[in-house]
Ligand binder design. Structure first.
Ligand SMILES: [Zn+2]
Length: 290
């Protein structure tokens, strides 16, 4: 509760790009001696959906989402962590800690990520470090509630197989969810006829991850889409739920959650997918691509 009330009192308006329609607020979160910011942009319009960009280096997603809410309306919450995918902060004793901001939403996933990002250290068992990282988790979840982000729509970018630095993200695409793919081996794809659903000729890097079967049905045929496994989904390999990697998609596995992945640089594609997602959220089935 201390964090929650602190964030309310530290709200401040830092800019207005359009009078009364476009409001920007910043929520600082201090981890150790390092302050990062969650920035909220709102635009009035027909739609009032809420979009989260958690990886600060995914600039295509940020630009596409900003332009999308400027025309459709809605709320964008973005993490400013210095322009990098991974958040790096310094503890009072000088220790530098690296964490992926989309791997901290569950305790088990956070511990795993701290071990992976900081080899040779035991940061995953350090209560002081865990306490600092959880401040960011709490602030993100508080904002998702405050801005009524239901469903949560996360916008991401990925890279071509040959252009990725981070090994765990290499080659991430709809193919990762197909038979033999990494996400299938981890038990993340819900076993169901036609899942994942691919569109012939569509770049495998551009796809949706959804938790709701109706969203899956409405998107399929028009876009690449995968239906993620739910908790205790007996149709998943081994009867497991999704692999607990600490991501928001795992934390929200039983809620309605939508993840939009587009290859970095293709802003127009990401905007088109956001515009079509608005139709899906209004209950429309998209036309198939020919
Ligand atoms: Zn991302």
């Amino acid at each position: 509760m201390a964090i929650l009330s602190l964030s309310i009192f530290s709200d401040r308006i830092v800019g207005q790009t359009m009078p009364t329609t476009h409001l920007i607020k910043e929520y600082p979160v201090t981890l150790g001696q390092t302050t990062v910011r969650l920035r909220v942009t709102r635009a009035q319009g027909r739609s009032a959906h809420c979009f989260l960009i958690i990886h600060d280096d995914e600039n295509t997603a940020t630009e596409a989402t900003r332009e999308h809410i400027q025309s459709a309306g809605g709320t964008m919450i973005e993490l400013d962590s210095g322009g990098r995918r991974h958040l790096v902060f310094t503890m009072a004793d000088g220790q530098t800690v690296t964490v992926d901001p989309n791997r901290l939403f569950t305790d088990a996933g956070l511990r795993r990520d701290l071990q992976r990002q900081n080899p040779g250290r035991s940061y995953g068992d350090d209560p002081a470090i865990l306490r600092e990282v959880k401040k960011l988790r709490r602030q993100v979840l508080t904002l998702l509630k405050t801005y009524r982000c239901n469903p949560v729509i996360a916008a991401h970018n990925n890279q071509d197989e040959h252009a990725v630095d981070s090994p765990e993200e290499r080659g991430f695409s709809i193919l990762s969810y197909a038979e033999g793919g990494r996400e299938v081996k981890l038990g993340n794809t819900r076993r169901r006829p036609g899942n994942p659903s691919r569109v012939v000729g569509e770049d495998p890097d551009n796809f949706f991850i959804v938790t709701n079967p109706r969203d899956f049905e409405r998107l399929r045929g028009r876009y690449n889409v995968v239906l993620q496994t739910r908790r205790n989904d007996s149709t998943a390999p081994g009867g497991r739920g999704p692999d607990d990697d600490g991501s928001l998609s795992v934390m929200l596995k039983t809620k309605r959650y939508i993840n939009l992945e587009v290859q970095s640089g293709d802003k127009e594609k990401q905007k088109a997918m956001l515009a079509d997602l608005e139709r899906v959220l209004r209950g429309k089935k998209l036309q198939k691509q020919h």
